[in-house]
Write a protein that binds this ligand. Structure first.
Ligand code: C2O
Ligand code: CU
Length: 521
């Protein structure tokens, strides 16, 4: 049910609780609508067209956009070695206000790691925090023991040195902590960075590719400060977690990018805890969507908006005319049939980053018509099928248990999964180790923006998403990979399960409500 609580300061908080059974859908929606009006009547300051923490406009969009530095690396015995140190620092997001922050190799966020397909890489991670953390390589295909999930803790003062070979197409990946139960806090405090992969095709793609010049990483995160200037990490009872009222790009609220080329490529990462964005340009014009989570699309897709839920990435190319400005905005995202759209940010619309073109622009080569080929999986390729029902903080009725393996994938097999969000509030779905393809949504082919490689997808309530993926290597019966909702509060509260890749036959989970445990260890 929808519960409303007045906070001490008179603000209203919202909680769309667990709603069981489809019959309740209409009722819940009516309650939500009715409650919106009641709230307006009760609290004159409440904006019915936006959430309680709808983003405010920054004082001005005039701070030059900082570009995370490319991480240094050293090649030792054929391995490219990076170093990341997680530690505390401080930042100034609002003039004159000091905010304690965490960062890798600095005060906030981390450098961009970059490597080429086929290279062996290692990362020497040092934890200078006062507590255990981990570093997970989101979107990376790698052995489970190197994955940096909850089973690879790095204690305070400790180090960890994972090593693997880059074996996947060029893509915009990222890294962030994944300690079970504390991921939201660690990411919100500032531990996140990009990991860009290149390959021969991407090098020859003709896409803008000068890092920091016409190829720009954008880490987008909403934050909220308390009266002391510290991060407010309390989600105020919001079912989906923390929605901030300040939207930072690469750590700056109100940033402007000086564009010097006719085409500029933006690698957008939604590094937020709960907020889903719908990125577009303020003049409503089209841009080219060229890549999604796991790499380039086969061809550019012309569109005027792209929705990104937490953890998802999109690469877009924007054409600029000399001497003009355009604002990258977030439009009200379509979250599907959620019970309380205003509470989940569905009505929020705000500016994100000003693009300012110089009076003379360097010519850019025209956008190529084709980037790559993606071999499509078909239903007939599936060796095994699984069904996942997401509800509240559970997958198929179970919360995360570090000591339980939920699913066993057989190596060298293709899987078809059906995933449904049974709640009336947002969830999404992230799979470690592999990139997947969306086969269909409620039986219909996916839209163009979901037609490439994905590792995270938004789950609109009550719709069936069927995805396909292959497990080809890295057999390990002991170390699991994770599947989870990337709304970090949900993940922390247990909306996560574990799988291993094994030589064994797969377990099957089609009997709903049954224990899905493969084997205990
Ligand atoms: Cu971005 Cu399991 O994580
Ligand atoms: Cu969720």
């Amino acid at each position: 049910m929808i519960r409303r609580t007045a906070l001490d300061d008179g603000r209203i908080r919202w909680r769309a609780g667990r709603l069981a059974g489809p019959g309740i859908l209409l009722g819940a929606t009516l309650i939500a609508i009715a409650t919106t009006f009641t709230a307006c009547a009760l609290d004159p300051g409440f904006r019915s067209d936006s959430s309680v923490f709808a983003p405010k406009d920054p004082p001005a969009f005039d701070t030059p956009l900082p570009i995370p530095p490319l991480a240094d690396s050293e090649v030792v015995d054929g391995v490219r070695v990076f170093s990341l140190t997680a530690g505390e620092g401080q930042s100034e997001f609002v003039d004159g206000v000091t905010t304690p922050t965490w960062g890798f190799n600095g005060d906030f966020l981390g450098p961009t790691l970059r490597a080429q397909r086929g290279e062996k890489v290692a990362v020497k991670v040092t934890n200078e925090l006062d507590e255990t953390t981990t570093v997970h390589w989101h979107g990376m295909h790698l052995p489970a023991a190197m994955d940096g999930g909850p089973h690879q803790p790095i204690e305070a003062g400790g180090t960890w040195r994972p090593q693997w070979r880059i074996d996947q197409p060029a893509a915009t990946l990222w890294y962030h902590p994944h300690p079970h139960g504390a991921t939201e806090e660690h990411v919100m405090r500032g531990l996140a960075g990009m990991f860009i992969l290149d390959d021969e095709r991407s090098g020859a793609s003709g896409l803008p590719s000068q890092y920091g010049v016409d190829d720009i990483p954008l880490i987008v995160q909403d934050k909220r400060l308390d009266s002391e200037g510290e991060f407010d990490l309390d989600s105020e009872g919001n079912e989906i977690g923390l929605l901030g009222d300040m939207v930072l790009v690469n750590g700056v609220w109100g940033a402007a990018l000086d564009v010097t080329t006719e085409l500029v490529r933006l690698r957008i990462l939604n590094g937020s805890s709960a907020r889903t964005y719908d990125f577009g340009l303020d003049d409503g014009r089209d841009f080219a969507l060229v890549g999604t989570d796991g790499g380039l699309l086969e061809q550019p897709v012309s569109t005027d908006h792209v929705r990104l839920s937490p953890g998802e990435r999109a690469e877009i190319v924007v054409a600029m005319a000399p001497g003009t400005e355009t604002m990258l905005r977030s439009l009200p995202p379509d979250l599907g049939q959620v019970a309380a759209p205003f509470a989940f940010g569905a009505n929020d619309e705000f500016d994100v980053l000003l693009l300012r073109a110089a009076d003379t622009l360097q010519p850019s080569p025209p956008l190529p018509a084709r980037f790559t080929e993606i071999e499509r999986y078909t239903e007939a390729d599936a060796d095994n099928t699984r069904t996942f029902e997401v509800q509240d903080r559970e997958i198929n009725g179970l919360r995360m248990d570090m000591n339980r393996i939920d699913e066993v994938m057989q190596v060298d097999s293709t899987e078809l999964w059906s995933i449904t969000n049974r709640d009336l509030f947002p969830h999404n779905w992230h799979v470690h180790d592999v990139q997947f393809q969306v086969l269909d949504i409620d039986g219909a082919p996916p839209p163009a923006e979901l037609n490439g490689w994905k590792d995270t997808i938004y789950l609109e309530p009550r719709r069936e998403y069927r995805i396909m993926m292959r497990f080809e290597d890295y057999v390990d019966d002991e170390n699991p990979y994770m599947i989870h909702c990337h709304l970090l509060l949900h993940e922390d509260e247990g909306l996560m399960s574990q799988f291993v890749v094994s030589e064994d036959r797969p377990n099957r989970n089609v009997e709903q409500g049954d224990s899905v445990g493969g084997h205990e260890h």
